[in-house]
Design a protein around this ligand. Structure first.
Ligand code: ATP
Length: 336
């Protein structure tokens, strides 16, 4: 974590993606050229690729849009009233983990936390979510619900549907959803969602909604990802990071405020219209067990409907993972 903050001035200068000479950078930052060089090396440690252009200076290829509170609030256009606090951080282990801590300490309701980088971003069941510095959106919102965990039924799917609509409102086309909670585009993973619940599950409980969305992933770091991925830069390069943050925050606060009233029923159709696997052969995995069949949308509570041997079975989230079926193996069956 050590002192990423001290790198913000040089990052601001390089964020335009243009070539800056070492001498000019030194002047602007009020440090020697040797000190500039050291700072640039530290950017490298953050995973940012600083290119040296012979005889001219340095550049951050493609530039970088740092999180900007004013721009996000402007994008929210008054909808920030639904939030008690907007927290911006540079480098955190996991935005979800930090918000869970705040909720455990009696704070955190309607708090949104955004970070430039997560170094231990979380996926489902202990998996990791990669958020390189400035390369994605790592966003979590804490929310308390009176009335127990049953009010949250289907919420993780509703979050996916709300995110899809938010992206579409920015002109992003072809957004699809994969049960239970992935956001895809061109069949590749653009964003992941992780809901974590705490408190009394029968009464006053709290949920942290975590969203990881790829804006522009450096190839070198993305090599770690063991499934097809995509970033917004490949789909809609004109859409800026702070605008996306504002659109997601607005969509999520609207959703959360209304959810105790609407439940998943209000979102089922929106979800199904974007279902990446509707009518397609898929496999479901839960530990050593697996099922094969045809995906038939979701039920009123957000469970997956799978047609196996002509009959529809329903599967709830938890331990179950869905994958496309690549080899044809008949009408569908269960196995282990
Ligand atoms: P499931 O279908 O059960 O949700 P999943 O593999 O999609 O399975 P998640 O917990 O949703 O699991 O997400 C974590 C996984 O996502 C990682 O194991 C990795 O394969 C992938 N991943 C990690 N970081 C990224 C990223 N930035 N972009 C796309 N995919 C990522």
């Amino acid at each position: 974590m050590n002192n990423v903050e001290s790198l913000i001035p040089v990052l601001r200068l390089l964020s335009d993606g243009a070539v800056h000479s070492g001498a000019v950078l030194g002047d602007m930052l009020g440090v020697s050229r040797a000190a500039v060089w050291k700072q640039l090396q530290r950017l490298d440690e953050l995973g940012l690729v600083v290119e040296s252009v012979k005889g001219r200076g340095y550049c951050l290829r493609g530039g970088l849009e740092l999180l900007n509170r004013e721009e996000i609030l402007q994008g929210l256009g008054g909808c920030d009233a639904a939030l008690t606090e907007l927290q911006l951080a540079l480098q955190v282990p996991s935005t979800n983990a930090l918000l869970l801590e705040q909720l455990a300490a009696g704070r955190g309701h309607a708090v949104a936390l955004l970070a430039e980088q997560q170094i231990a971003g979380r996926g489902r069941r202990g998996r990791e979510w990669l958020t390189p510095f400035g390369g994605g959106i790592a966003l979590s919102i804490g929310w308390r619900f009176d009335g127990g965990v049953q009010l949250l039924e289907g919420l993780s799917l509703a979050v996916g549907a709300a995110l899809a609509q938010a992206l579409e409102s920015l002109g992003v086309e072809g957004v699809q959803l994969k049960w239970p909670n992935d956001v895809l585009c061109r069949g590749k993973k653009l964003a992941g969602i992780l809901l974590e619940v705490s408190g009394d599950l029968t009464d006053r409980c709290a949920v942290v909604i975590g969203v990881g969305l790829n804006m522009r992933l450096p190839e070198t770091q993305a090599q770690q990802i063991d499934q097809p991925w995509i970033d917004l830069h490949q789909i809609a390069p004109q859409v800026g990071r702070n605008r996306v943050c504002a659109a997601l925050l607005r969509a999520l606060t609207d959703l959360l405020q209304a959810y105790p009233r609407t439940g998943f029923a209000a979102w089922r159709e929106t979800w199904q219209q974007r279902d990446a696997f509707a009518g397609q052969p898929v496999q479901l995995h839960a530990g050593p067990k697996h099922w094969e069949g045809i995906a038939r949308g979701v039920s009123a509570d957000g469970a997956l409907r799978l047609e196996v041997d002509g009959e529809v079975q329903v599967f709830s989230g938890g331990e179950v993972s869905l994958r496309p079926r690549t080899t044809e193996s008949g009408a569908g069956h269960a196995g282990s």
